[in-house]
Write a protein that binds this ligand. Structure first.
Ligand SMILES: N[C@@H](CCC(=O)N[C@@H](CS)C(=O)NCC(=O)O)C(=O)O
Length: 191
């Protein structure tokens, strides 16, 4: 049995929720109150953070690592391209995710100039999507999933208007047709 220690508002958890939904992996969810974290969460993750995935006695924190684990353990449907070069480009984006998250959280904190830095990163993703249909490559996959929760929250929480980033806006529309992403949008709308 798989258990996801989860919080609705957490975009890192959203990454894992989307993968579980894409792969139709049965699981139970334990909601962790981030404002009053239970002591036992530190036994599962010494950093006290969610998400944490538990499969029988196996316990794993860190969303990107969890998603790689799920991809290897439940290979169908594949969320990385078969082509090694295409896969490497997708992984490069996941590796460089901090380039987006740093300005994203700086805007949230209200840091000066952060909005310009966030816009630069959104423009850079827009450019990637001008060259390929998905961040992952020709098909939707783990690189899209790594970024999507922040793009959705940038719109809903930070007032970012994706009209300035047309490729990104089209990509959001395209991926929102997937049930896994539609479900995630519903979670966000209910927050
Ligand atoms: N690098 C971690 C980050 C997870 C993370 O920061 N989760 C937040 C909620 S969105 C959390 O648990 N924060 C509590 C804390 O940092 O103490 C991942 O990718 O899973």
């Amino acid at each position: 049995m798989i258990t996801l220690y989860d919080a609705d508002r957490c975009p890192y958890c959203a990454r894992v929720r989307i993968v579980l939904a894409e792969k139709r992996i049965g699981h139970e969810t334990v909601v962790v109150d981030l404002d009053d974290r239970p002591a036992w969460i530190y036994e599962k993750n010494p950093l006290g953070r969610v998400p944490v995935l538990e499969e029988d006695a196996f316990v794993l924190p860190e969303s990107a690592v969890i998603n790689e684990y799920l991809e290897e353990r439940y290979p169908e449907p594949a969320l990385w391209p078969a082509d090694p070069a295409e896969r490497a480009h997708g992984r490069l984006l996941v590796e460089r995710f901090d380039s987006l998250s740093r300005p994203y959280y700086a805007v949230r904190r209200g840091d000066e100039d952060a909005r310009d830095r966030l816009d630069e990163q959104l423009a850079s993703l827009d450019e990637v999507l001008a060259g390929r249909k998905y961040l992952t490559g020709r098909e939707f996959g783990l690189a899209d999933i790594a970024y999507l929760p922040w793009i959705l929250r940038a719109e809903s929480n930070l007032g970012v208007d994706l009209e300035s980033f047309p490729e990104l806006a089209e990509w959001v529309e395209r991926v929102s047709e997937r049930p896994s992403v539609a479900a995630e949008r519903a979670v966000l709308a209910a927050l």
